[in-house]
Design a protein around this ligand. Structure first.
Ligand SMILES: C[S@@+](CC[C@H](N)C(=O)[O-])C[C@H]1O[C@@H](n2cnc3c(N)ncnc32)[C@H](O)[C@@H]1O
Length: 239
Protein backbone atom coordinates (compact mmCIF):
# COMPACT_ATOMS: atom_id res chain seq x y z
CA UNK A 1 0.00 0.00 0.00
CA UNK A 2 1.36 3.45 -0.88
CA UNK A 3 2.48 5.29 2.23
CA UNK A 4 -0.14 8.08 1.80
CA UNK A 5 -3.04 5.59 1.83
CA UNK A 6 -1.53 3.73 4.79
CA UNK A 7 -1.32 6.95 6.81
CA UNK A 8 -4.92 7.80 5.91
CA UNK A 9 -6.25 4.40 6.93
CA UNK A 10 -4.29 4.56 10.22
CA UNK A 11 -5.71 8.00 10.95
CA UNK A 12 -9.24 6.77 10.19
CA UNK A 13 -8.78 3.78 12.51
CA UNK A 14 -7.62 6.05 15.34
CA UNK A 15 -10.54 8.46 14.86
CA UNK A 16 -13.14 5.67 14.66
CA UNK A 17 -11.82 3.80 17.72
CA UNK A 18 -11.70 7.04 19.75
CA UNK A 19 -15.29 7.80 18.75
CA UNK A 20 -16.35 4.27 19.69
CA UNK A 21 -14.54 4.58 23.06
CA UNK A 22 -16.27 7.88 23.78
CA UNK A 23 -19.67 6.40 22.81
CA UNK A 24 -19.18 3.34 25.06
CA UNK A 25 -18.03 5.57 27.95
CA UNK A 26 -21.06 7.79 27.53
CA UNK A 27 -23.60 4.99 27.08
CA UNK A 28 -22.28 2.54 29.69
CA UNK A 29 -20.00 4.19 32.25
CA UNK A 30 -21.76 7.55 32.41
CA UNK A 31 -25.33 6.21 32.43
CA UNK A 32 -27.18 8.35 35.01
CA UNK A 33 -28.18 5.30 37.10
CA UNK A 34 -24.57 4.19 37.24
CA UNK A 35 -23.34 7.66 38.17
CA UNK A 36 -25.97 7.88 40.93
CA UNK A 37 -25.12 4.40 42.29
CA UNK A 38 -21.42 5.25 42.28
CA UNK A 39 -22.06 8.55 44.03
CA UNK A 40 -24.24 6.69 46.57
CA UNK A 41 -21.42 4.18 47.24
CA UNK A 42 -18.90 7.02 47.52
CA UNK A 43 -21.18 8.85 49.98
CA UNK A 44 -21.43 5.75 52.17
CA UNK A 45 -17.69 4.91 51.99
CA UNK A 46 -16.97 8.46 53.16
CA UNK A 47 -19.23 8.23 56.20
CA UNK A 48 -16.88 10.22 58.41
CA UNK A 49 -17.24 13.21 56.12
CA UNK A 50 -20.85 12.67 55.05
CA UNK A 51 -23.65 11.01 57.03
CA UNK A 52 -21.66 10.80 60.27
CA UNK A 53 -20.89 14.50 59.91
CA UNK A 54 -24.35 15.92 59.22
CA UNK A 55 -26.10 18.17 61.74
CA UNK A 56 -29.38 19.95 62.20
CA UNK A 57 -28.72 23.16 64.19
CA UNK A 58 -25.67 21.48 65.72
CA UNK A 59 -27.28 18.11 66.55
CA UNK A 60 -26.02 15.02 64.63
CA UNK A 61 -28.40 13.24 62.28
CA UNK A 62 -27.56 10.28 60.09
CA UNK A 63 -29.57 11.46 57.12
CA UNK A 64 -28.82 12.54 53.60
CA UNK A 65 -29.88 16.17 53.04
CA UNK A 66 -31.66 14.97 49.90
CA UNK A 67 -33.90 12.83 52.11
CA UNK A 68 -34.45 15.47 54.79
CA UNK A 69 -35.75 17.76 52.04
CA UNK A 70 -38.22 15.04 51.03
CA UNK A 71 -39.29 14.66 54.67
CA UNK A 72 -39.92 18.41 54.71
CA UNK A 73 -42.13 18.16 51.61
CA UNK A 74 -44.11 15.22 53.01
CA UNK A 75 -44.57 16.83 56.44
CA UNK A 76 -45.76 20.03 54.78
CA UNK A 77 -48.22 18.09 52.58
CA UNK A 78 -49.54 15.68 55.20
CA UNK A 79 -49.22 17.93 58.27
CA UNK A 80 -49.42 14.94 60.61
CA UNK A 81 -50.59 15.44 64.17
CA UNK A 82 -48.08 12.79 65.23
CA UNK A 83 -44.84 11.54 63.70
CA UNK A 84 -43.56 8.28 65.20
CA UNK A 85 -39.84 7.66 64.71
CA UNK A 86 -38.20 4.31 65.53
CA UNK A 87 -34.47 5.06 65.99
CA UNK A 88 -33.76 8.36 67.75
CA UNK A 89 -29.94 8.13 67.84
CA UNK A 90 -28.73 11.56 69.07
CA UNK A 91 -32.01 13.29 68.32
CA UNK A 92 -31.01 15.28 65.24
CA UNK A 93 -33.75 13.91 63.01
CA UNK A 94 -36.52 14.40 65.59
CA UNK A 95 -35.19 17.92 66.30
CA UNK A 96 -35.35 18.62 62.55
CA UNK A 97 -38.97 17.36 62.33
CA UNK A 98 -39.85 19.41 65.43
CA UNK A 99 -38.37 22.55 63.83
CA UNK A 100 -40.53 22.01 60.75
CA UNK A 101 -43.55 21.49 62.96
CA UNK A 102 -42.73 24.73 64.77
CA UNK A 103 -42.92 26.50 61.40
CA UNK A 104 -46.19 24.75 60.59
CA UNK A 105 -47.43 25.30 64.14
CA UNK A 106 -48.70 21.74 64.19
CA UNK A 107 -47.52 18.29 65.17
CA UNK A 108 -45.47 16.36 67.68
CA UNK A 109 -42.94 13.55 67.60
CA UNK A 110 -42.84 10.29 69.51
CA UNK A 111 -39.33 8.91 69.05
CA UNK A 112 -38.10 5.53 70.31
CA UNK A 113 -34.61 4.19 70.90
CA UNK A 114 -33.17 1.23 72.76
CA UNK A 115 -30.12 3.34 73.72
CA UNK A 116 -30.23 6.54 75.74
CA UNK A 117 -27.72 8.73 73.90
CA UNK A 118 -26.66 11.81 75.87
CA UNK A 119 -27.15 15.34 74.54
CA UNK A 120 -30.53 14.89 72.92
CA UNK A 121 -32.16 18.30 72.44
CA UNK A 122 -35.15 18.90 74.70
CA UNK A 123 -38.07 20.26 72.69
CA UNK A 124 -41.72 20.70 73.64
CA UNK A 125 -42.85 18.83 70.52
CA UNK A 126 -40.61 15.77 71.13
CA UNK A 127 -41.32 12.89 73.48
CA UNK A 128 -38.34 10.51 73.84
CA UNK A 129 -39.28 6.90 74.61
CA UNK A 130 -36.67 4.41 75.81
CA UNK A 131 -36.94 0.72 74.84
CA UNK A 132 -37.01 -1.59 71.88
CA UNK A 133 -39.30 -0.40 69.11
CA UNK A 134 -40.90 -3.84 69.00
CA UNK A 135 -41.49 -4.27 72.74
CA UNK A 136 -45.05 -4.47 74.06
CA UNK A 137 -44.31 -1.66 76.55
CA UNK A 138 -43.28 0.77 73.80
CA UNK A 139 -46.27 -0.11 71.61
CA UNK A 140 -48.56 0.45 74.60
CA UNK A 141 -46.93 3.84 75.31
CA UNK A 142 -47.34 4.88 71.67
CA UNK A 143 -51.01 3.84 71.63
CA UNK A 144 -51.64 5.76 74.84
CA UNK A 145 -49.98 8.90 73.44
CA UNK A 146 -52.12 9.12 70.29
CA UNK A 147 -55.63 10.53 70.53
CA UNK A 148 -58.52 9.17 68.43
CA UNK A 149 -58.81 10.91 65.04
CA UNK A 150 -55.21 12.18 64.95
CA UNK A 151 -53.29 11.84 61.69
CA UNK A 152 -50.11 9.80 62.02
CA UNK A 153 -46.92 9.33 59.99
CA UNK A 154 -44.27 6.72 60.82
CA UNK A 155 -40.59 6.42 60.01
CA UNK A 156 -38.61 3.25 60.77
CA UNK A 157 -34.90 3.94 61.28
CA UNK A 158 -33.74 1.56 64.03
CA UNK A 159 -32.26 -1.95 63.65
CA UNK A 160 -32.01 -2.50 59.89
CA UNK A 161 -32.06 -6.31 59.80
CA UNK A 162 -35.05 -7.68 57.85
CA UNK A 163 -36.45 -9.66 60.78
CA UNK A 164 -36.59 -6.53 62.96
CA UNK A 165 -37.97 -4.28 60.21
CA UNK A 166 -40.65 -6.88 59.39
CA UNK A 167 -41.65 -6.99 63.06
CA UNK A 168 -41.80 -3.16 63.09
CA UNK A 169 -43.88 -3.11 59.89
CA UNK A 170 -46.37 -5.52 61.48
CA UNK A 171 -46.60 -3.41 64.64
CA UNK A 172 -46.48 0.11 63.18
CA UNK A 173 -48.33 0.06 59.84
CA UNK A 174 -51.75 0.36 61.45
CA UNK A 175 -50.73 3.63 63.16
CA UNK A 176 -50.40 5.25 59.72
CA UNK A 177 -53.55 7.09 58.65
CA UNK A 178 -54.81 7.13 55.03
CA UNK A 179 -52.96 9.69 52.89
CA UNK A 180 -49.97 9.62 55.23
CA UNK A 181 -46.59 7.89 54.92
CA UNK A 182 -44.74 4.91 56.35
CA UNK A 183 -41.06 5.53 55.60
CA UNK A 184 -38.80 2.51 55.78
CA UNK A 185 -35.29 3.90 56.01
CA UNK A 186 -32.00 2.51 54.77
CA UNK A 187 -33.53 0.26 52.12
CA UNK A 188 -30.26 0.96 50.29
CA UNK A 189 -28.57 -1.81 52.35
CA UNK A 190 -27.85 -5.25 50.87
CA UNK A 191 -26.75 -4.02 47.47
CA UNK A 192 -29.47 -1.41 46.78
CA UNK A 193 -26.77 -0.22 46.08
CA UNK A 194 -24.57 -0.21 49.25
CA UNK A 195 -23.40 -2.95 51.65
CA UNK A 196 -23.95 -5.87 49.21
CA UNK A 197 -23.07 -8.42 51.92
CA UNK A 198 -25.39 -7.05 54.63
CA UNK A 199 -27.98 -9.80 54.12
CA UNK A 200 -31.73 -9.24 54.06
CA UNK A 201 -32.50 -5.73 55.28
CA UNK A 202 -35.21 -3.09 55.04
CA UNK A 203 -35.63 -3.48 51.27
CA UNK A 204 -36.41 -7.18 51.60
CA UNK A 205 -38.76 -6.52 54.54
CA UNK A 206 -40.69 -3.98 52.43
CA UNK A 207 -40.97 -6.44 49.52
CA UNK A 208 -42.53 -9.04 51.82
CA UNK A 209 -44.79 -6.49 53.55
CA UNK A 210 -46.26 -5.06 50.35
CA UNK A 211 -47.42 -8.51 49.19
CA UNK A 212 -50.09 -8.56 51.89
CA UNK A 213 -50.72 -4.80 52.32
CA UNK A 214 -52.34 -3.32 49.21
CA UNK A 215 -53.32 -0.27 51.28
CA UNK A 216 -49.66 0.84 50.96
CA UNK A 217 -47.92 1.76 47.71
CA UNK A 218 -44.35 2.75 46.97
CA UNK A 219 -44.18 6.44 46.13
CA UNK A 220 -41.25 6.59 43.73
CA UNK A 221 -41.76 10.33 43.19
CA UNK A 222 -40.01 10.77 46.56
CA UNK A 223 -36.81 9.53 44.93
CA UNK A 224 -36.76 12.45 42.50
CA UNK A 225 -33.30 13.63 43.53
CA UNK A 226 -31.73 10.37 42.31
CA UNK A 227 -29.95 9.35 45.47
CA UNK A 228 -32.14 8.37 48.42
CA UNK A 229 -31.13 6.23 51.38
CA UNK A 230 -34.66 4.84 51.13
CA UNK A 231 -35.13 3.49 47.58
CA UNK A 232 -38.54 1.81 47.42
CA UNK A 233 -39.01 2.71 51.09
CA UNK A 234 -41.30 5.76 50.82
CA UNK A 235 -44.64 4.02 51.35
CA UNK A 236 -47.89 5.94 51.05
CA UNK A 237 -51.07 4.68 52.65
CA UNK A 238 -53.50 5.05 49.77
CA UNK A 239 -56.63 3.71 51.52
C1 LIG B 1 -29.59 4.90 62.14
S1 LIG B 1 -29.71 5.31 63.84
C2 LIG B 1 -31.06 6.44 63.85
C3 LIG B 1 -30.69 7.73 63.21
C4 LIG B 1 -31.63 8.89 63.45
N1 LIG B 1 -33.00 8.60 63.08
C5 LIG B 1 -31.13 10.05 62.65
O1 LIG B 1 -31.54 10.20 61.48
O2 LIG B 1 -30.29 10.79 63.14
C6 LIG B 1 -30.40 3.83 64.47
C7 LIG B 1 -30.80 3.87 65.93
O3 LIG B 1 -31.62 2.74 66.18
C8 LIG B 1 -31.40 2.33 67.50
N2 LIG B 1 -31.88 0.96 67.66
C9 LIG B 1 -31.28 -0.22 67.34
N3 LIG B 1 -32.06 -1.25 67.64
C10 LIG B 1 -33.21 -0.73 68.14
C11 LIG B 1 -34.42 -1.29 68.63
N4 LIG B 1 -34.62 -2.61 68.68
N5 LIG B 1 -35.39 -0.45 69.05
C12 LIG B 1 -35.22 0.90 69.02
N6 LIG B 1 -34.08 1.48 68.58
C13 LIG B 1 -33.10 0.68 68.15
C14 LIG B 1 -29.91 2.53 67.71
O4 LIG B 1 -29.62 2.65 69.09
C15 LIG B 1 -29.65 3.81 66.92
O5 LIG B 1 -29.68 4.94 67.75
Amino acid sequence: MPSGRLALSLALTVVLSSALGAYVTYKVLLRPERVIANYHRWYHRNAAATFNNTHWLGVPTQKSPLDTWIFQEIIHEVKPDVLIEAGTYKGGSSFYYASLMDLLQKGRILTVDIEDYPGKPPHPRIQFLLGSSTSAQIIDQLKAAIRPGESVMVTLDSDHHAAHVSAELDLYHSFVTPGSYLVVEDTHFNGHPILPNFGPGPYEAVEAFLKSHPEFERDRTREKFGMSFNPGGWLKRVR
